[in-house]
Design a binder for this molecule. Structure first.
Ligand code: FES
Length: 126
C-alpha cells in the first residue's frame, strides 16, 4: 500500500520476499514497521504514539496490531487506535516489486546546533 501525497524523499530499503513475511507480527526496518495484511503489505512508523513501543513486535490478529507495552490496539489499514480514532500511527510508503517488499526510509533529520536545541526546549517549556 502506498501512502498518498507528494513524492517522498529517502531511499528504498529491501525488507524481503512478501511470502516470507510473518502474518502474526511485523518486521522492523530502520524504524519502520512492515506488516503483511491479507495479500498485501502496510508500513507504519515503528513507534506507538503512547510511549514509543515497537509495534513491529506486537501481535497481529485480523489486521489489528497490539502494542506489546500497554496493549493499545491499532487498525493496520488506517493506523487508528481502536476506540480513540484521533490517535493515529503514521503510514510509510511501501511497495512490492517482483515479490520483494521494500520501504521508503526517509532521510535523517537535519542536525541542529546546541543553540537551536536549547531554543527549541525553551519554547516547549511552558
Ligand atoms: S507504548 Fe504502546 S501502549 Fe504504551
Amino acid at each position: 500500500m502506498m501512502a498518498d501525497g507528494p513524492p517522498a524523499e529517502g531511499r528504498w530499503v529491501e525488507v524481503g520476499p512478501l511470502e516470507e513475511l510473518p502474518v502474526d507480527r511485523g518486521v522492523c526496518v530502520e524504524g519502520i514497521a512492515v506488516f503483511r495484511v491479507g495479500e498485501g503489505v502496510v508500513a507504519r512508523r515503528d513507534a506507538c504514539p503512547h510511549r514509543g513501543g515497537s509495534l513491529a513486535s506486537g501481535r497481529v490478529v485480523d489486521g489489528v496490531v497490539t502494542c506489546p507495552l500497554h496493549w493499545w490496539r491499532f487498525d493496520l489499514a488506517d493506523g487508528h487506535r481502536l476506540g480513540a480514532p484521533e490517535i493515529v500511527v503514521p503510514e510509510r510508503p511501501v511497495d512490492v516489486v517482483d515479490g520483494v517488499v521494500r520501504v521508503l526510509v526517509p532521510p535523517p533529520p537535519p542536525k541542529r546546533s546546541m543553540r537551536q536545541l536549547l531554543l527549541d526546549a525553551a519554547h516547549d517549556d511552558p
